[in-house]
Write a new protein. Structure first.
Length: 220
């Protein structure tokens, strides 16, 4: 099982979490860097240092970019990727709030092509739900569930098209997982066809402010 790790806390605020992440970087699919709901207006020295340490440890770095469900100007999206690449050495991008509807597929395809031309070796799409089937063919990884553990265990359904994709290209991000059930969350993702996951115990408004306990479980 690979772990996608969005760690949305400043390295100066929780340096221990970032140090643990660096130590376990080889166990991750990728680390999402999100200095300021995107790359910010200028390089953040603390994130520059964290990114350098993660790269040295072998982590794949993914710059966080919000697409606002297709409403954001593609030029601003590509500009964010350039900043992530130039300032933090990002290998690719984590596109958040991606539209899931069929009508948005052509625009998303054009956007992903633009990002590839800019050098994004890894593109992760996060609609947070199962999108129209064509989206998963555009990306290296598609997040088909993002939500609370309560919904994951009670309301999850898996469309048939997901079986046509390797599990390594699908991801489930689950928050509010009771700490003793984190290993179960990892197993459940695998059973549901997602070889990449990111279970965390945190709750809204920022459930991703803490490191996933699954990294510690894996270390044991």
């Amino acid at each position: 099982m690979s772990l996608l790790v969005p760690l949305y806390v400043h390295p100066a605020e929780d340096p221990a979490a970032w140090q643990r992440l660096v130590a376990r970087a080889a166990r991750t699919y990728g680390v999402v860097l999100n200095p300021a709901n995107g790359p910010g207006d200028a390089p953040d020295p603390a994130f520059v240092a964290a990114a350098r340490a993660l790269r040295a440890a072998g982590a794949r770095l993914l710059g966080y970019v919000d697409t606002d469900y297709g409403a954001r100007d593609p030029a601003r999206v590509t500009a964010d990727l350039r900043r992530h690449r130039d300032w933090y050495g990002a290998d690719g991008c984590f596109l958040d709030q991606v539209t899931a509807a069929p009508y948005g597929l052509p625009d998303c395809r054009r956007l992903v092509r633009s990002l590839r031309r800019l050098g994004a070796s890894t593109v992760v799409l996060n609609p947070g739900v199962h999108p129209a089937p064509g989206y998963a063919r555009l990306a290296d990884l598609t997040v088909t569930f993002e939500g609370p553990w309560s919904a994951y265990v009670s309301a999850f359904s898996r469309p048939r098209w997901t079986a046509r994709h390797p599990p390594e290209r699908l991801c489930h991000l689950v928050y509010g997982v009771p700490p003793p059930l984190v290993p179960l969350a990892v197993r459940t993702a695998r059973e549901r066809g997602a070889a990449v996951c990111g279970p965390v115990t945190g709750e809204p408004p920022n459930p991703w402010s803490g490191l996933t306990p699954a990294l510690t479980e894996a270390e044991g």
